[in-house]
Design a protein around this ligand. Structure first.
Ligand code: SAM
Length: 208
């Protein structure tokens, strides 16, 4: 980036353009993992539905300048690699219970040369997250459907002002759906940031 400009307005405009270019390039860089996940799901017959809006996720994450990110739902590593690209030094803890996915994800992270910044944890969300230290800048939930307990735990692991990006909200049903919806409606706990993936994934900032 050009650092010798003295006009702050001009520098700001330039930074926004720079961010846009990096976002597009970095998400496209991992398109092969998006395709690999789709191929894997067909052959494995599993629930590794890869996230449909990698560029949107990266744009959202980049705006937060995150130091630490927590991801629930690694599959074979597509979004973990994208999230690690938010800044040149962002680190990602990603959680996955399927041992085949864990092994493929670790291999993909190594191939992308991100092994120093992405850690794939093997286990169920509820078990692994109790052993993690908090103060994440951003959390991305991409499991099957968010439960009230997981949302509560993610909130505790976020630093004040941190952002929870929650996919698959539409997959929750009945009391669980109402309870997650009610939690995000607490405007003394969460502020709505916006949505990606055509509205299917919503982001909330932790208040307090
Ligand atoms: C929708 S896929 C994640 C896709 C990935 N983020 C991507 O975009 O490529 C969900 C993943 O979460 C894992 N998963 C679902 N429920 C889980 C749980 N309770 N604990 C750990 N992993 C879980 C599944 O095995 C699956 O690989």
């Amino acid at each position: 980036m050009d650092t010798h400009w003295t006009d702050p307005g001009r520098r700001h405009r330039r930074r926004r353009v720079w961010t846009g270019i990096v976002t597009t390039t970095s998400a496209a860089r991992f398109e092969y993992l998006h395709l690999e996940t789709q191929r894997h799901r067909r052959s494995h017959g599993c629930d590794a539905y890869t996230f449909a809006d990698g560029p949107g996720l990266l744009t959202l994450a980049t705006a937060e300048l995150p130091v630490r990110i927590l991801e629930l739902g690694t599959a074979v590593g597509y979004t973990a690699c994208i999230l690690a690209s938010a800044t040149p030094s962002t680190t990602v803890d990603s959680v996955e219970r399927d041992p085949v996915h864990v092994s493929l994800a670790r291999e993909n992270v190594r191939s992308a040369n991100l092994q120093d910044r992405v850690t794939v944890h093997h286990g169920d969300f509820s078990a692994v997250i109790t052993g993690l230290d908090g103060d994440y800048d951003l959390a991305f939930f991409d499991g099957l459907s968010p439960t009230p307990g997981v949302v509560e735990h993610l909130r505790a692991l976020l630093k004040p002002g941190g952002v929870l990006v929650c996919a698959n909200l539409a997959l929750s049903h009945g009391a669980e759906k109402n309870s997650v919806g009610a939690e995000f409606a607490h405007d003394d706990r969460w502020a709505y940031v916006g949505s990606i993936e055509g509205g299917g994934t919503r982001a909330y900032r932790k208040i307090g």
